[in-house]
Design a protein around this ligand. Sequence first.
Ligand code: GTP
Ligand code: MG
Length: 148
Amino acid sequence: RERTFIAVKPDGVARGLVGEIIARFEKKGFVVVGLKQLTPTKELAEAHYAEHKERPFFGGLVSFITSGPVVAICLEGKGVVAAARLMIGVTNPLASAPGTIRGDYAIDVAKNIIHGSDSVESSTRELKLWFADNELLAVATPNPNLYE
Ligand code: GTP
Ligand code: MG
């Protein structure tokens, strides 16, 4: 079964959007198989966003993501990596379609509420960074909408 890594960023947590975000994924049919709240260390944030380390916004990105609690989520379901990205919307919330999470709740590219893995390879790498094996359910509780 496919799994993806989702993080509600510090702005999303501070604005009280965690429940709304989880509700959207659950209603879609995806299953939460890992969930915790933590303030990421600088080391974790830099490793997570390593692909962007030469970008001018890297320093700001790392300081923002480490500025407060993040809710880390592992979601499971058919096609969840790509589907979660569609539900999240494009990076710049001003360009994100209405109905997407960023499209409905954000206006600032640096404070875009939520992260989602951009590929199956990224999800594997990110889940290893953020979760220990024993923090993820080995078997998801079946959702009748998910398991046909
Ligand atoms: P994530 O799910 O957070 O990885 O976002 P993404 O995959 O939609 O975008 P990307 O991985 O390219 O960029 C990672 C994060 O860096 C984005 O979510 C933005 O918050 C931030 N970012 C990307 N581009 C810019 C930019 O041009 N300026 C600023 N200030 N931040 C940016
Ligand atoms: Mg990304």
